[in-house]
Design a protein around this ligand. Structure first.
Ligand code: AMP
Ligand code: TRP
Length: 345
């Protein structure tokens, strides 16, 4: 096996794909297609770490796939598939359950947030979630992982797992493979216009699929009317917009809206403030509505078209998993040799 530069990333099919997913992750997925071999995964095994209604889960898997395609990911040149179709993810995750340390997982802030006060009642899967994420990436020996800011800690854990596996099995790796280092240490790509988009109702909270208020987020399939209403109702403060970036400090809602405008338009915050500074929010919000409708409208329309053709969407996932499985099986076979398992070759 030769180590090639490869991108892997995943999105959970848990409903309500929003502007944060788009600007923090999917926009970067699309860009990276020009310079890397990319694998983009709908992580349905991760989704069931919290209860999912089965019919809704099926719908959501198709919806994330449709969003990938509608945003410009090419499933022919690259690989798009759903995680549960490639059993090697779960298989390697088990090995990683035995490599990762309890102390490492105990530090994961996302588990603490998601499990909340009733930690005893959280699923074991929710706790072990980052080990499965490491397996997703490393089963393809991916080198680059585009994600939003909230996934930074999980990526660091993936690197720790790769490193510990490489160390623990160093002699066996030398005996069984040509590579002195088996797993690459995957590099997070936390870049792009908006790595952390905040809620439209509360500028101190992340925009999230699970926020009970639909007004907290702009969904990728919102129509023009919904986008307009959500932007107009977005929380602001009574002050006019500042003329310089420094003036956005301690004004989380204003900062977030200017950040979204900047990300969608490709302009800098400073440039926007030189235009809108000193004015009221209403004028700025009108501009933002027009821009968001212009950028997201065609994506929503394409997602709608794809929703009407589930057979096509499913065929993309089947084709993608067939191609993903070939790579994953190769890694898993080597892992079995390295760990010392007997298996058919
Ligand atoms: P998830 O919805 O948790 O499956 O996240 C899918 C991708 O979107 C991950 O790379 C996240 O880091 C990214 N993401 C989710 N929410 C946000 C947000 N509010 N701002 C920026 N990126 C986000
Ligand atoms: N944990 C990620 C999230 O909630 C989704 C994910 C699962 C992922 N496996 C991954 C992201 C592998 C990058 C690489 O957003």
């Amino acid at each position: 096996m030769t180590a090639i530069e490869r991108v892997f990333s995943g999105v959970q099919p848990t409903g309500n794909l929003h502007l944060g997913n788009y600007l923090g992750a999917i926009v970067n997925f699309v860009k990276l297609q020009d310079s890397y071999n990319c694998i983009y995964c709908v992580v349905d095994l991760h989704a069931i770490t919290t209860w999912q209604d089965p019919a809704e889960l099926t719908r959501n898997i198709r919806e994330v796939t449709a969003a990938f395609i509608a945003c410009g990911i090419d499933p022919k040149t690259h690989i798009v598939f759903n995680q549960s179709q490639v059993a090697e993810h779960a298989e390697l995750a088990w090995v990683f359950n035995c490599v990762a340390r309890l102390g490492w997982l105990n530090r994961m802030t996302q588990f603490k947030e998601k499990a909340g006060k009733d930690r005893e009642n959280a699923s074991v899967g929710l706790y072990a979630y980052p080990n499965l994420m490491a397996a997703d990436i490393l089963v393809y020996r991916a080198t680059h992982v585009p994600v939003g800011e909230d996934q930074k800690q999980h990526l660091e854990l993936s690197r720790d797992i790769a490193q510990k596996f490489n160390n623990d099995f160093a002699d066996s790796i030398k005996a069984h493979t040509l590579d002195p280092v088996f797993f690459p240490l995957p590099e997070p790509l936390i870049t792009g216009p908006a790595t952390r988009v905040m809620s439209l109702r509360d500028g101190t909270k992340k925009m999230s699929k699970s926020d009970p208020s639909d007004y907290s987020r702009i969904n990728l399939n919102d129509d023009a009317e919904a986008i307009a209403q959500k932007v107009r109702k977005a929380k602001t403060d009574p002050e006019p917009l500042p003329s310089e970036e420094k003036g956005l400090e301690h004004r989380p809602e204003a900062d977030n809206l200017v950040g979204i405008y900047a990300a969608l338009s490709g302009r800098t915050k400073a440039d926007l403030l030189s235009e809108f500074g000193g004015g009221q929010f209403s004028n700025f919000k009108n501009g933002l509505v027009d821009l968001a409708v212009e950028k997201l409208g065609p994506i929503g329309a394409e997602m709608k078209k794809l929703a009407a053709d589930p057979a096509y969407v499913d065929s993309v996932l089947i084709d993608g998993s067939d191609r993903a499985r070939v790579i994953a099986a190769e890694t898993m076979s080597a892992v079995k040799d390295i760990v010392g398992f007997i298996h058919k070759k």
